[in-house]
Design a protein around this ligand. Sequence first.
Ligand code: ADP
Ligand code: ADP
Length: 229
Amino acid sequence: RPSIVFDDVVFGYEPDRTILHGLSFEVPAGQAFAIVGPSGAGKSTIARLLYRFYDPLSGRILIDGQDIRQVAQTSLRAAIGIVPQDSVLFNDTIGYNIGYGRDGAEAHEIETAARGAALMGLIDRLPQGFETEVGERGLKLSGGEKQRVAIARTLVKNPPILILDEATSALDTRTEQDILATLHRVAEHRTSLSIAHRLSTIADADRILVLNEGKLAESGTHSELLRRD
Ligand code: ADP
Ligand code: ADP
């Protein structure tokens, strides 16, 4: 359950266009943290920096007190699970899709692992079994089913840090609320970072940071932010 610290982070993809302007925030270990803000504010960039797709131009990012530039890339990426908005599934079984990365594991072994990881709340809502072929040659899953598989794929690896980058925002409200309720249970006690553009989807977060044009506009709990509006 590591903590995350952004310490005065400056970043831009191009030399003359700064995206994050000295961003500082702290996510205590085990906290459900959320970042909300308009499209283009720099939310996904934060996730990309944590995963070290890019490094800050200045400032530091710490996980558990350690500068992530000093952490081996394999251990850094093992510590962080990211679920993107539109997950791509392999043309293979649901079991393979959830267990992707577990070399040679059969669908039934993945199912056992998923049960062990208490992911069934997520998966038992799938109408199909682990042996079901999905994708182009197999069954077409709905957007919600696809995201359930993708979230399970990430959670079965048991990453101490979970990043949900608009993971449910392309779904209809009912499916979104259903998945969020399950996630709230299975991701409990984990350090998590939920990225969203609507406040309603992150009402459960312990703390919400509002990002605007790469700067921290305000932060607080859901009810505190609503009161200020
Ligand atoms: P958000 O997640 O809040 O919608 P992003 O972090 O994805 O915002 O992007 C912030 C800004 O950085 C946007 O203006 C976007 O166009 C720009 N951007 C994102 N990725 C790249 C990239 N690879 N190269 C150049 N600009 C980028
Ligand atoms: P999201 O907010 O879901 O990350 P974006 O539209 O910001 O979606 O980015 C989608 C992809 O396109 C990302 O991989 C990002 O790095 C890239 N991208 C976004 N904006 C730009 C840009 N201005 N120039 C180059 N690549 C970009």
